[in-house]
Design a protein around this ligand. Structure first.
Ligand code: URA
Length: 215
């Protein structure tokens, strides 16, 4: 059952007038000094993939390898993500991958609230520019940022929530499954549910629905 959620007022930046491109936005952030994370990072990890993707994946923040390579999900969690994507017939080239936080927090600590507040408008801007139909959040952190709600991931994972003109599809984080073996199967289940959701969305309307349109 798909739920309907809306952002809290103030969470979403004003509709982007499309005055910048995704590439220009990424470029403008390369030397970002808006928060303390700037001093410890090697580079800003803006995002990667198809700029016109219908499906976007959003994680938490870059880790050690992402910070070095400048690309999200290139470490162990990224390898698992690649495998899961392939399992549902997708590849990194088809989707767009980003994080809520664009710079690596020291020792991979959780991002602090003011760091999230500073960085999340840029995630929303990426969504505005890419215009995905589905945004898959990986883990609690990205899910709470995009749903604007303090709900637990186990309650909402594997379901689609309509947010403005796209769906948020919360999933477990691949790193969580790597650290806790008992989450491996639930993560795979989330990807199976995503596949089902995408297939359902592609099905043509039933004959009765089509008749009703013209009836
Ligand atoms: N975990 C994340 O949330 N993002 C990355 O880019 C890598 C690991």
């Amino acid at each position: 059952m798909e739920g309907r959620h809306t952002y809290d007022e103030g969470d979403v930046p004003k509709r982007n007038p499309q005055s910048v491109t995704l590439q220009e936005l990424g470029h403008a952030l390369q030397d970002c000094q808006r928060c303390r994370l700037a001093s410890g990072r090697t580079q800003v990890v803006f995002g990667t993939g198809n700029p016109h993707a219908q499906i976007m994946f959003v994680g938490e923040a870059p880790g050690f390898y992402e910070d070095k390579q400048g690309e999200p999900f290139v470490g162990a969690a990224g390898r698992l993500l690649n495998e899961l994507l392939e399992g549902v017939g997708l590849s990194r080239k088809d989707v767009y991958i980003a994080n809520v936080i664009k710079c690596r927090p020291p020792d991979n600590r959780n991002p602090l609230p003011d760091e999230v507040d500073t960085c999340k408008p840029f995630l929303f801007q990426q969504i505005e520019l890419i215009k995905p139909k589905v945004v898959c959040t990986l883990g609690n952190f990205a899910m709470q940022t995009l749903l604007g709600k303090k709900v637990g991931i186990m309650k909402v994972r594997g379901q689609a929530f309509q947010v403005q003109d796209f769906f948020v599809f919360p999933m477990l984080h691949p790193a969580a499954a790597l650290h806790q073996g008992n989450l491996n199967e639930p993560l795979r289940e989330d990807f199976r549910k995503l596949k089902e959701f995408l297939e359902r969305r592609q099905e043509p309307a039933s004959q009765t629905e089509q008749m009703n349109l013209f009836g």
